[in-house]
Design a protein around this ligand. Sequence first.
Ligand code: F6P
Length: 343
Amino acid sequence: MQIGVLTGGGDCPGLNAVIRAVVRKGIRHYDDELFGFHDGWKGVVDDVYEMLDIDRMQYTLNQGGTVLGTSRYNPFTYDPDARAVFETVERHGLDAMIAIGGEGTLSCTQQLHRLGLNAIGVPKTIDNDIGITERTFGFDTAVTIATDAIDRLRTTAESHNRVMVVEVMGRHVGHIATWAGIAGGATRTLIPEEPFDIGDVCRSLKKRHEEGHRFFSVVVVAEGAKPQDGTMEIPPDVYDEFGHVRLGGIAYRVAAEIESRTGYETRVTVLGHTQRGGTPTAFDRVLSTRFGVAAIDAVHDEKWGSMVALQHDDIVTVPLDEAVAELKHVTPELWDTAKQFFA
Ligand code: F6P
């Protein structure tokens, strides 16, 4: 078969491991020809690609980023029928496309499938917010990096009697913040699913500090965390060229409030893209490899319009439209567990 592969949306550790697995099984087992389109759906529209083979993917298993490049480009923004995509598919006689991406890329893949494209999706995002799959690759790496940062911040916070506010990624959901908060023993964690009351946060920090012989705290804030209405001023949202809210910076507002309301010296660390760069953890390498192998199998089983997913530790295929129907949020059980350790 002739198969196109692309990576879309924000990059994520493990993307290369997926491509490598698709290429390895595609060539060795199925005798496929693999077209690697550059920069997400933009490469398909502009017909920019390279032929992928086993040599090209050598030494990429543990390499962060994506050898294909990525973008948030959506072909429907410029043409409601996304004709350029179908022209490229026709020009090269492609039998299928494998799209590796997050919510935006997979929704676009689902729309293209409805218009007749033979498409398979692979879920990626450090945010872990894609429905139906229990895990997306990249999440474990991001949590590991954030936990390491919290461990490091804790010792310096303790030495200086400071409050450390650490901001992690998570635009609509608080999976990274909740997991890293539990793993790092955060004093308090703020997530998008649970709007916070800064007065309550400050009171609990004060109580903890008044009780302890050393007063230090680590507050973990997801970038998409929001204060309860009317409790705190936050600046208006800023958007990027693809209409995505550009987040990052809520930690500075939270820290300023903590310092002015409690008088405790407070410092901010925004982890930002360090959570997305560099080598994937062993867990993410294995999950990415399993997803890649399952994706090429799904192509040969002609499971068009489906996405590979992790369920009960098995790799399965699920309908793309169900996967993108709603975001996966932090469960009440996990949040309740996290709360048991808050000040
Ligand atoms: O969706 C993944 C993610 O890492 C979010 O957590 C974050 O808000 C966003 O991407 C930032 O992406 P960029 O800076 O590349 O626009």
